[in-house]
Design a protein around this ligand. Structure first.
Ligand code: ZN
Length: 249
């Protein structure tokens, strides 16, 4: 059984109701901006779905006291705060740090993990500075950092989540990181509807049913059985996001 730890399944590109393959045990649905907070939240009412709320760094300017209150008011329904983080591609970095800091604080106060988006060297450096010795529980979603970043993450006990981009021909270094990271620290995700597996040649829309492509690639890189990848990553997800407490699983 698989758990897709990061899928924006509410996206209008994905038909609803979306039928999950039988081997998908759970899907975690994070919001990323103010327009989809409510949409993401709706998913925790569905069987096999879990929700996290947060504002992605691209939309950091939208973060407000109202949104903070919205997240806190629904905190009992959430398995994480996310998708939150830092991204140097956008020119609102100061605002990102502020919004990220406040959302980290919510995670800390309510003892929830974070579904973390980091892109760019300075994003990783700033993140490690902001969270030093604070014992956050972290899923580093769609990991894109260096081996050095991966080592730092592992030193902190963080989980590293890999998506279908590990199947892309050019991502040789990323596959080296997959090889390096112990299976006990790995999560699987699709980041649907984007991040299609290479085999689709950029045609179509990604869904959680493609999660096996990530597992197959990890099994191939690590020379281990795919069942082992399934079992361990599923247990990792259950443990990080505390999914056992819910009747959904
Ligand atoms: Zn995402």
């Amino acid at each position: 059984m698989y758990i897709d730890t990061h899928a924006h399944i509410f996206d209008e590109k994905i038909d609803k109701p979306f039928i999950l393959d039988k081997n998908i045990q759970a899907v975690i649905v994070p919001s990323y901006n103010k327009d989809n907070l409510q949409k993401a939240l709706t998913f925790c009412e569905y069987d096999k779905y879990f929700c996290c709320l947060g504002i992605h760094p691209q939309y950091a300017d939208e973060f407000s006291k109202n949104i903070e209150n919205f997240i806190i008011n629904h905190i009992d329904k959430l398995v994480a705060i996310g998708e939150i983080g830092l991204d140097t591609r956008f020119n609102n970095f100061e605002k990102q740090i502020e919004a990220f800091g406040k959302q980290l604080e919510i995670a800390k106060v309510f003892d929830l993990p974070i579904s973390l988006h980091l892109l760019g060297n300075n994003a990783f450096t700033t993140f490690f500075d902001m969270t030093k010795n604070k014992n956050y529980k972290v899923a580093m979603h769609c990991f894109s950092g260096s081996l050095q970043d991966a080592k730092k993450a592992l030193d902190n006990g963080y989980y590293i989540s890999f998506a279908c981009n590990i199947t892309y021909k050019g991502n040789v270094n990323l596959r080296k990181i997959v090889d390096y990271v112990p299976l006990n620290n790995i999560l699987l995700e699709t980041d649907s509807p984007s991040m299609l597996p290479a085999i689709f040649a950029r045609k179509g829309v990604n869904t959680p049913n493609n999660i096996h492509y990530v597992a197959e690639k990890i099994a191939e890189i690590k020379h281990i059985d795919i069942e082992k990848v399934q079992d361990v990553t599923t247990q990792n997800a259950i443990s990080l996001f505390n999914l056992n407490r819910s009747a959904n699983i």
